[in-house]
Design a protein. Structure first.
Length: 352
């Protein structure tokens, strides 16, 4: 099976498994695991932050960040397709009791002007206690539902300047920040510099089996450790999995450009197929999202799956394919052949 559902489906390499087997471990709840400590320190160094805390998932690092910056009843601003908003099970409301207000961006990116229009400016005649106070602004880089788009550094800086003017902290969902850096050439620390907290993932793109880190200044990360424990993220001998993440961090980032090249090849091929709507020039990293003009995406992915290619529907008329380190050039060509065959096969019952 050629599995293009996500870049989370990768299997650990032999070298990664060896690192896991040899990991020096301790009890992370007590702060005794040396491999976890090494991973946290190295990630903080790469991101240019004072401290970092290792957690099981990217959803947890994001949600701990939200809880760290807010109190129940507060409001956060995000792009309308943000993972924090649409793909984390309603956690902002369920775990922190906060309101998420979306900003409609383009391919996952909104402008400083849009942000400024979204910030409430109250007249003295209006009681300040009525609206939920905006306590956090969140960006996502790369933006998953936007198609793996990379936030321009200049745009981030404009938004950060506006946020500082209004004294509102910034959080970055950087689950695929490694991809943004590989595609743009901008170091991860330059992207992270403008944010109070940054979440990065090791199981998306880098190929580790588990784990994400939340990084920032020492004070908010110390507070975040409390909520990591509260949300059930307390590890014991976590060095076994932290070793895999550390290995991926040091050895797999340089490979990400290969994913981007293969994604570009797949996108270009898909864009030439009748019935597919896709601007291949907009595919910047490893995520490809395409629309179908007259066919159900449910039908497409099910029939492709039957022929050995596994993709996800992204709505009734759209699909998603994600290239990762376990996908080679042959798999890309096979995928194109399968999709072409399925699209060419008449199936009137599934036309829309």
């Amino acid at each position: 099976m050629i599995d293009l559902r996500s870049d989370t489906v990768t299997k650990p390499t032999d070298a990664m498994r060896d690192a896991m087997a040899r990991a020096d471990v301790g009890d992370d709840v007590y702060g005794d695991d040396p491999t976890v400590q090494a991973l946290e320190a190295r990630t903080a160094e790469i991101l240019g932050k004072e401290a970092a805390v290792y957690m099981p998932t990217g959803t947890m690092t994001n949600q701990v960040a939200l809880r760290t910056h807010t109190e129940a009843g507060d409001e956060i601003l995000v792009e309308s397709g943000a993972h924090i908003f649409v793909n984390e099970g309603g956690a902002p409301a369920g775990l922190s009791g906060i309101l998420v207000r979306p900003i409609q961006g383009e391919h996952g990116i909104f402008t400083a002007e849009q942000l400024e229009q979204s910030l409430r400016v109250l007249h003295p005649f209006n009681p300040s206690t009525i609206p939920a106070p905006t306590k956090l602004i969140c960006l996502e880089n790369t933006h998953n539902s936007g198609g793996g788009t990379v936030w321009p550094l200049a745009s981030i800086r404009e938004i950060a300047a506006l946020a500082r003017t209004h004294r509102i902290p910034l959080h970055l969902d950087g689950a695929r920040l490694w991809h943004a850096s590989a595609a743009s050439g901008v170091p991860e620390a330059d992207y992270a510099k403008e944010f109070d907290t940054v979440s990065v993932c090791f199981s998306k793109g880098l190929g580790a089996p588990i784990g994400s880190v939340l990084a920032g200044a020492s004070e908010p990360i110390a507070r975040a450790r409390r909520f990591k424990q509260m949300f059930g993220g307390g590890f014991r001998q976590a060095g076994v999995v932290a070793a895999a993440a550390l290995y991926a961090l040091e050895n797999h980032r340089a490979d990400l450009s290969n994913d981007h090249k293969r994604a570009a090849t797949l996108a270009t091929g898909l864009s030439t197929l009748p019935g597919v709507e896709l601007d291949a020039t907009r595919v910047e990293t490893n995520i490809i999202r395409f629309r179908l003009n007259d066919r159900s995406s449910f039908d497409l992915v099910e029939r492709c799956h039957a022929k050995g290619v596994h993709m996800l529907p992204a709505g009734r008329h759209a699909a998603r394919a994600v290239v990762h380190r376990d996908i080679d050039d042959e798999a890309i060509q096979t995928t194109l052949s399968v999709v072409k065959h399925v699209l060419a096969t008449e199936n009137k019952e599934n036309r829309v």
